[in-house]
Design a protein around this ligand. Sequence first.
Ligand SMILES: [Zn+2]
Length: 153
Amino acid sequence: MPVCEICGKETRHAKIVFIEGSKLTVCERCAGHGNVISDYGRERKVYVKRPRYRKEEKTFDVVADYDKIVRREREKRKWKQEELAKKVNEPASLIERIEAGKTIPSEKVARKLEKVLGVTLLEEVQNTVVEMPEEKTEAVTLGDIVKIRKRKS
Ligand SMILES: [Zn+2]
């Protein structure tokens, strides 16, 4: 059975109240001292809006003639597609599709090709400002809010 935090008596019908910013579990008689939030054991959840924040992201674009560059540099070195594939640790079929202009290499693959072939395949575009969705909320109990406030002070 919960114990009243004001008078110290055990109580069957405890209430959750806010008194001077603190959340207390009290008996029915002492509940008159504060604002009753809910019955004990039946706390409702409140939703707190998270602050909106911005995130800066660098984006890269693969140059338009990546297919020709890769083929040209590979042939210059007299490598087979399989040899280049091994050097970048990717399947030969991917190199084939890249050289045919059928597959745009991912940033990760492009970086490896740049290193092995000594070319530039990626162009930094600009800093994109991504606005995070505002409606992201997190359910917290009123008890959590009290804890957060206590930690801050
Ligand atoms: Zn009491």
